[in-house]
Design a protein around this ligand. Structure first.
Ligand code: ADP
Ligand code: ZN
Length: 300
């Protein structure tokens, strides 16, 4: 079964053709400009193949409610050209195959649970810390979804008393994303995160905020593995600050090896490295194919 995957990001689209076991045959990267231009290239790439299904992991917010009239849309993005963009419908016009559609972080969470750091577990949490902060959760073997997909990057955190940066979330100002995503780091310290490697106070503060978020996710979801990816997490020293602060915050209220002796095997980088998102998109394609097949079987 040949699958197509699209990891749609704010700066680039990664498209790949591959299989349900995560093997990628061919991949390309396309800059995210305006939909007409980006999609001409996406469609051109997939037209060379006889695909059985396509999976999309997209930046959001997106409409994932299959009952909704705007299912398959990117909804309220600040990226004007993509505001209310019918993503699934645009692909459907060109390819008459089952289409899976979810957030980029949900796709990555799915991939990590099936083939990556959480393989064999029935729950995990995947968090990206990049241009924004987002998370996807697998709960009892399935992606967590309510009336919409979760938006865990926008939770509120306590400020560090010495941090006077105001925050940059256009909706909430000093929510987690407003204080701890890549652009917030850059604005607070006036240097890009990539160039702040040696400044331990930067990563200590980053760990301080991320640990608060992780504490809340642990208390609410009790995931069996927490996976942290995204550009900012390339600063591997953040992990040790997270371990320190989450243990301080939890204060032995819940006592498990995951939160003490095995913490460095509990809060980890992605097993699939940079490929979590695109492999997840292939898995969304596989799921969509299987669901269509099942629906057809139920009919006959
Ligand atoms: P996106 O969120 O668009 O998918 P990334 O996950 O690469 O892309 O996140 C980009 C953000 O991560 C930028 O704000 C950038 O400054 C930051 N970033 C990228 N690499 C590093 C690094 N090595 N150290 C710290 N910050 C980084
Ligand atoms: Zn916010």
């Amino acid at each position: 079964m040949l699958l197509g995957g699209i990891e749609a990001g704010g700066t680039k689209f990664v498209c790949a053709v591959g299989y349900g076991d995560g093997i990628i045959l061919k991949r390309i990267e396309i800059p995210t400009t305006v939909p007409e231009e980006t999609f001409e290239k996406v469609i051109g790439f997939f037209k060379e193949f006889e695909l059985n299904a396509i999976g999309i992991g997209s930046f959001g917010p997106i409409d994932v409610n299959q009952e909704s009239p705007t299912y398959g849309y990117i909804t309220t993005t600040p990226k004007k050209a993509w505001d209310n963009f019918p993503f699934v419908q645009t692909i459907k016009e060109e390819f008459n195959v089952p289409i899976g559609f979810n957030t980029d972080v949900n796709a990555a969470a799915l991939a990590e649970s099936k083939l990556g750091a959480a393989k064999g577990l029935d729950s995990c949490l995947y968090i990206t810390v990049g241009t924004g902060i987002g998370a996807g959760a697998i709960v009892q073997g399935k992606l967590l979804q309510g009336f919409s997909h979760p938006e865990m990057g926008h939770i509120l955190v306590r400020r560090h008393p010495n941090d006077h940066y105001k925050g940059n979330c256009p909706y909430h100002q000093d929510c987690l994303e407003g204080l701890a995503a890549g652009p917030a780091i850059e604005e607070r310290w006036n240097i890009k995160g990539e160039e702040l490697q040696e400044r331990q106070e930067v990563w200590d503060l980053e760990g301080f905020y991320l640990a608060q978020a992780l504490m809340q996710y642990v208390l609410i979801l009790s995931p069996k593995k927490i996976i942290l990816g995204g550009g900012v997490m390339k600063q591997k020293q953040i992990f040790s600050y997270i371990y320190k602060y989450i243990q301080q915050l939890l204060n032995n209220y819940i006592v498990y090896p995951e939160l003490s002796t095995s913490i460095n095997d509990y809060i980890v980088p992605p097993g699939l490295k940079e490929n979590a998102g695109i492999v997840g998109a292939l898995l969304l394609a596989k799921q969509a194919y299987q669901e269509k097949k099942q629906a057809y079987k139920n009919l006959i």
